[in-house]
Design a protein around this ligand. Sequence first.
Ligand SMILES: [Zn+2]
Length: 371
Amino acid sequence: MRPRILSTILATALLAGQVSAQPEEPAPAALPQARPAAVDADFPFPTSPFQPDLTPGYVLIEGDIQIRVDQYMALMAGADATFGAVTYWFNGIVPYDFVTTGGGAVSQANQNIAIQAMGMIAARAGITFRAATGSDVNRIRFQNSSFNNSPVGLQGGTQIINIVSWGTPIIICHEVYHSLGFWHEQSRADRNTYVTINANNICGSGISTPCTAGSGPTQCCLCIDNAGLCTSCAFNFNFQPGTLTYGLYDFDSFMHYGPNAFSCNGLPTIAVNPPWTNTIGQRDHFSYFDEITCRGLYPFNTDRWLDRNHTGTIGATFLLPLNNPNILTVASTIPPGATLFVKFGNTYSGVGTYTNPVTIIAPAGTVTIGN
Ligand SMILES: [Zn+2]
């Protein structure tokens, strides 16, 4: 969010993209497809004077998501975001470094906190965060800022993660999740079943909240465009139709907005639909599906996925699962000690004696094993 938005961080995540299991690293030149002719070899877009510390050539949406200027222009032209698909980090390896000079320099103490936050993620998924070396083309770079924000997924080159909330490692995790490929939870295509977006309470979207500069009760300028002018914050509530979702809508995700995100009048912009009464917008823990989905996209070495209804390429991964209807057969052929995630609630055969020690989990619902 933000073209200067001034809100701190909201968040949640959606999962996104498609990834093949362990894609080989393409040549750097093949990365991000849609950048226009370069003005600068590394950062082709001019940096907005209103968003000076983002990854060069990027602007902010949804309060804390950096997107490329061309994507932003399409969004502002009315296209419902079509850039949900993301690129994941190859083999789960994420090089990082820190800004060490100037106003964005990250103190040693805060560097340690960022490393702690990355460790919290690495404990839950097969991701290796390591200090970048000179040969790393792609990396995340932490920068001290007045806001928290990040691009979504691997961008190619150096991508900046801005942090102000150094005292809250889970917020750093939220931003790193964006860089790993997660959108906000409320961007899911099915979100209207679970929450209602109250457009009249969104800054600049209702009659009572004209989008003009100022701080009076009828004024609101939480969002500005790339020219620095006040604009409606409604675009922050778009769907991301290109994204991938998994599991039930996750109210508890640390990638979900809070109820008053971009509110100009103090009334909720996001209301949980009955009969649900869940709290949204927590920023103190990984939800169950925050963990499962990240581990799906970035698996540990012995994680395997099974979905008997899967068609197409078989990879034993979250996105390309095994499709054998017999769990016993599957369990006998995967590594000892493996965890087998069974994707959907179907009936599988496989009652019998399992001699290969594996853990079987059905994260998104009940699975029946019969014969
Ligand atoms: Zn976010």
